[in-house]
Design a protein. Structure first.
Length: 362
């Protein structure tokens, strides 16, 4: 893993990061000005005063440019048109449709918009708090909110199908809006049989897509889950686990006793299929001695890419053996994993510089 470029020309860099034709585009701020820039070609794509940000699809390879006056544009052509409704930064693209939330006259709604015309297909009022995240499958739109609820709407009509109300012990991970640093799949994963929802307290639930009923749940007792993805019909979870002890019937974590594990979970039942210890000196030195935690990562080619927040390293780990295959150590501490695009990894350091790393084993 090697450093191929450092970007420090602008004050700050914001997601979502969009992979487009061997380039990576993102929003930056320089003083009071906001721009759309190319990281690989290192040029400014759009720098008008009305530029607001980007909305993307789940894979991060398609996006629309948002302007402050309700105008939107295809990211490749920059051909602008006016949308009939204001689009939230948490909106999601799915094919030719854009799904977003809106608040009008004190009421909250979710709407579908044709990205080619800006016309609204449907608007559906919702009783829950403002929807903050969207994922889709062939037939449905799933929206989540900070009250730990997930609601299912018909993609074509907006008709409400069901709502899953999370228990008070659940808390969905933070909203993944245009300025967020995490990938959309860190909240809800859509599979053929169910929705996998990760809550910030390391609790994972599976919801039946047809009924909205709970299929299974599992508490990982992890400080945090850094990676949660589907690989070969298995749910892969990666995180730091502390010793568990009981106090008056409550399970508590002992933070000084830490181990790092890769878990494989059966999608149908939630049963734990295997637990593999990551026993690497470089990783454990950071986890135990420095009390660091892992940033959000991802899985590519059966290899896991993770970074150590407030430390200076990024690791590539084999899923089967849990062995570290490659790593990169920076001269100063890192401050966030911003994105993973095939052989390129985007991280930010504590000086707010953006680094692009390249996987040498890709």
């Amino acid at each position: 893993m090697k450093l191929i470029s450092t970007h420090d020309k602008f004050d700050s860099y914001y997601g979502p990061f969009i992979s487009l034709r061997n380039d990576i585009l993102c929003k930056v701020k320089s003083g009071q000005s906001t721009k759309l820039v190319s990281l690989i070609n290192e040029n400014i794509v759009y720098d008008q005063d009305n530029f607001h940000g980007l909305i993307s699809n789940t894979n991060g390879n398609d996006a629309l440019v948002l302007l402050r006056n309700r105008k939107i544009a295809d990211i490749e052509t920059l051909h602008f048109l006016e949308s009939e409704q204001k689009i939230a930064p948490s909106a999601k693209i799915c094919g030719n449709e854009v799904y977003s939330s809106i608040k009008q006259d004190g009421k909250k709604s979710v709407f579908s918009m044709n990205r080619s015309t800006g016309k609204i297909n449907w608007i559906e009022p919702i009783e829950e708090s403002k929807a903050i995240g969207f994922v889709t499958d062939d037939n449905n739109l799933y929206a989540s909110n900070m009250k730990a609820s997930v609601l299912c709407l018909d993609k074509k009509t907006g008709k409400h199908k069901w709502t899953f109300n999370g228990d008070s012990k659940y808390k969905i991970s933070p909203p993944l809006e245009a300025d967020a640093e995490l990938h959309p799949h860190d909240k809800i994963i859509v599979t053929d049989c169910c929705l996998i929802v990760y809550y910030k307290n390391s609790h994972i639930v599976a919801i039946d897509k047809h009924s909205g009923q709970l299929k299974w749940e599992i508490d990982m007792f992890l400080q945090d889950i850094s990676v949660l993805e589907i690989v070969n019909d298995e749910l892969i979870a990666f995180g730091v686990k502390s010793s568990i002890f009981q106090v008056e019937g409550m399970a508590l974590l002992r933070p000084q006793d830490k181990e790092v594990f890769i878990y494989k979970i059966n999608l149908e039942t939630g049963a734990l299929k295997s637990t593999t210890l990551v026993n690497d000196d470089a990783i454990m030195a950071r986890v135990i001695n420095d009390h660091e935690f892992f940033e959000k990562g991802g899985i590519i080619d059966s290899r896991m890419i993770i970074g150590c927040s407030r430390s200076n390293a990024v690791f590539e780990i084999d899923l089967s053996s849990a062995k570290v295959l490659d790593s990169y150590e920076h001269e100063v501490n890192l401050n966030g994993m911003m994105g993973i695009f095939q052989n390129k990894i985007i991280v930010r350091d504590i000086n707010m510089n953006l680094l692009i790393l390249e996987r040498e084993n890709a």
